[in-house]
Design a protein around this ligand. Structure first.
Ligand code: PMV
Length: 339
């Protein structure tokens, strides 16, 4: 039996970090995807292959207990092993959910940079949960998959909002507000002219490390950081109203304020700020870092200025790429029962 699923990356239009502490966010699935193939094995090992993630035939054995994975990795660098932690945890969570396990080859291919603020950890988690569920003989139930994907992220990172795992599962554009165990979600229709460019620079820190930094800032100055998060939540509400009115100019201004607030949380960098300001000078309606920060990506909203903004990002030292938003969520690409 083998199955290939694909899941989209995402951009947070507004609201990252504050969403971890219960404020709402606006998030959209992008047209770059991760493909996860799961193949049955005759033994009980889990083998992960991904040239894109620099994981070359890593092999893992499940020793009795499901959480007891024996790593036979040659390279043990954090950045390289980070995606592996999500894959293994996703398999453990899925096995635990169904009370069933099986050996598998997991093959990962990515159309976007990993760990760059584009929700790749969520995409890897959700894709692995979905593919492994089918391998174990279960149908895909999107709500179950999103929940297990979120449980995977929480287990690996310690902290995670349900935002990334929801958007990569359901796709489109979502207004999302974490509430108890089930987030409040509303599908948002995007106006057609939301042309955007992403600017990428290498990220040195992982999402988990940056989340810990924000938590430490919040523990040091709880009142101030809470006010900043409240302000981010208000920006999201206003931005949602702007989309409904088709007022992209005001939406862009709200993105700019959101970037300033994220910078005040200490998650932006000089490289990100340079790209943000360069895009604005080149005519973007709004620009901000997107995702956890510490490097990674910025998002520039720039209808009619895509070429100018792309060039400005390049001159500021980043790698520009055009994205379209509101892409489809989790989908099965291929499945077969052959050996
Ligand atoms: O950088 P990414 O793609 O892992 O996005 C993280 C988004 C945060 O809001 C910072 C964390 C979360 O769990 O929502």
């Amino acid at each position: 039996m083998q199955i290939t699923v694909s899941v989209p990356g995402k951009v947070t239009l507004l609201g990252e970090h504050a969403v971890v502490y219960g404020r709402p966010a606006l998030v959209s699935a992008i047209n770059r995807r991760i493909y996860i193939k799961a193949e049955s094995r005759s033994d009980s090992s889990i083998k992960v292959l991904s040239p894109d993630l620099k994981l070359q035939g890593l092999s893992l054995k499940i020793n009795g207990g499901l959480s007891d994975f024996e790593l036979e990795a040659g390279e043990r660098k954090t950045q390289i092993l980070e995606p592996l932690r999500y894959i293994l945890k996703a398999i453990e969570v899925t096995s635990g959910h169904y009370g069933k396990k099986s050996g598998a080859n997991i093959i990962v291919q990515s159309e976007m940079p990993i760990g760059a603020g584009l929700g790749t950890s969520a995409a890897i988690s959700v894709g692995t949960v979905a593919a492994y569920s089918v391998l174990l003989g279960y149908d895909i139930d999107l709500n179950d998959i999103a929940r297990m994907g979120h449980a995977t992220e929480v287990a690996v990172q310690g902290l995670a909002s349900p935002m990334d795992t929801a958007i990569t599962t359901y796709g489109g554009t979502l207004y999302i507000k974490p509430e108890g165990t089930k987030p409040l979600m509303e599908r948002i229709d995007m106006p057609c002219n939301f042309a955007s460019v992403l600017g990428y620079t290498q990220r040195e820190e992982t999402t988990s490390q940056i989340l810990k930094k924000v938590k430490a800032a919040k523990d040091r100055n709880p009142q101030v950081i809470d006010l900043i998060m409240d302000a981010i939540g208000l920006l999201v509400e206003e931005a949602r109203a702007c989309i409904k009115k088709g007022d992209m100019k005001s939406f862009g201004s709200l993105m700019n304020i959101n970037h300033g607030l994220l910078d005040s949380l200490g998650v932006s960098t000089k490289a990100l700020n340079d790209m943000v300001y360069a895009s604005r000078s080149a005519g973007a309606l709004g620009s901000k870092m997107t995702g956890a920060g510490g490097g990674g990506c910025i998002l520039a909203l720039c209808p009619d200025r895509v070429r100018e903004v792309s060039l400005a990002i390049r001159l500021a030292g980043g790698m520009p790429f055009e994205v379209s938003l509101s892409s489809p969520g989790l989908r099965i690409e291929e499945s077969s029962h052959g050996h």
